[in-house]
Design a protein around this ligand. Sequence first.
Ligand code: 5GP
Ligand code: MN
Length: 336
Amino acid sequence: MDEEILNNINNLLSEKKNIVLIPHSSPDADALGSCLALYHFLKDKNDVSVVSPNQYTEILNFLPGSEEIIVYENDKVKSEILFRDADLIFTLDFNSLGRARNLSNLITGSSAKIIMIDHHENPDDYANIMISNSNMSSTCEMVYDFIYEFDNKKINNKIATCLYTGIVADTGSFRFPSTTSKTLKIGSELINHGVNVTEIFEKLHNNFQFKRLKLLGSTISNFKKIDELPVLYSSISEDDQIINDFKKGDSEGFVNFGLSVEGIFCSVLFIEKKDEGIIKISFRSKGDFKVNIFASRYFNGGGHEHASGGVSKLSLIETEKKFIADIKQYLNENYE
Ligand code: 5GP
Ligand code: MN
């Protein structure tokens, strides 16, 4: 880490502080794992809270410290007091305020110093201290480096479990191109701290309700191919969700199945969110096709080169139609 950043943070942490840690909305394992690892690291000497913009998947309730997470939507008054009194805010696993959704006004309205730790491209300029590196596999890998720089003796089983979970989730269990030898060394170090590799795998991947398996089945059978393009897409309508008792996090990973087909290099999943009046879109790709550029150009989104998201305010059917037209045009213009 940059010497100047190190000194700045050392100064900020030299006295007891009120600290608020924030993941992006609908936080995943990397976002909550990094928040909770920092929570365990900082809480000996500081007053620390984790405030999530909204409810997160119950799958992640096994993360040590998750019972301490405050969900803004459910606890607005308490959250607002924490923001009012905060000296330091860490924003974790996101780099544009929009991804904190309803917390973004509280962040900009706060007099606290803001520290960003994140691994997405093109960070916005809202933080006082920016630790941003899009070559990193995960925010959890960055938080490992952060903790290591300040006091590696404090890494314990709880911190290791949170960090390992975020790293395996964001690297697809050390398979995605962002996985480096350093990522694996950190994984190895965390296992030395007693992380239970099998238990984390079971909690993340084999811990669902039967109806979620049925939803996976219908999503897979809904996949369609765009004529003459190496692109597959599927959708989950509001009805599919009702029939299958949909819970937050249930569709995590579904979009990846499109990439399991030979010759396909882009897979897309549309999820109807009638309560928010939007279609949430997940984009995945392989090879040269950078899906974050497409997501930001056509669907007000962004993310990583091979894993991005976006939104549409059209109906599900209109969104699919727009997507087909957009991707035909985009691939024609950019890829021969
Ligand atoms: P997912 O498809 O799993 O929801 O999101 C994949 C990745 O895309 C996330 O890790 C995040 O980097 C990015 N992402 C998802 N939704 C959005 C969005 O609405 N805006 C932006 N800028 N990025 C998003
Ligand atoms: Mn991440």
